[in-house]
Design a protein around this ligand. Sequence first.
Ligand code: DC
Length: 219
Amino acid sequence: MSHYNIAIDGPSGAGKSTIAKMLSAKLGIKYLDTGALYRAIGLKAYRDGWREDDGVVADLLNRVNITVSYDNDGKQRVYLDGEDVSEEIRRDFVSGYGSRFSALPSVRKALLDLQRRIASEYSSVLDGRDIGTCVLPNAKYKIYLTASPEVRASRRYKELIEKGQEAEYEKVLSDIQERDYRDMNRKVSPLRKADDAVEVNSDELSIEEVINKIMEMVK
Ligand code: DC
């Protein structure tokens, strides 16, 4: 097949990155985790004590450089001003910063070109919140992957416990609900299903079943 992109949007914890990663490996194309870019900005904001003021942040962003590279095995690395922050952006507190600062129009604008450049360079799967609606409105395939907040919270809770971290289900659930609210209600590019996206609800589906559903579309 010639160049194509697959857009996967949906709320936190719906399984987008797992699915996108497996799908890209199956199809032999790249995977761009766009949340990682927002997390890198969130990390910068945390480190430098930024306030959520769009005008001020727009100015600060002129001096920030976010880049992406791929390891030989396809793993994505994210660099913040030349520093590899791929691991640090996964820390729990960065999620909140990423979500808060991703609501600012200046932040979304700053990351738009980078996402479009990578998508035009490579056939790829991109996952995020506004890929099908804003970043790549002409993507060949669009999926809106969702699951109920309770199912997403219990999956996340299980993951944390398996990693040996302390967790409380109620807290995990309320964090997810808070993030959903922020992602769905911000003024610029809120999370929503693109009109031409296919909705997949993973409440009752295994990872393999979701992959199979999407592979059917792509075939
Ligand atoms: O997918 P994630 O949890 O790593 O994303 C971190 C935050 O970035 C998330 O709360 C919402 C935001 N985000 C966004 O606004 N648009 C995207 N395309 C990807 C992520």
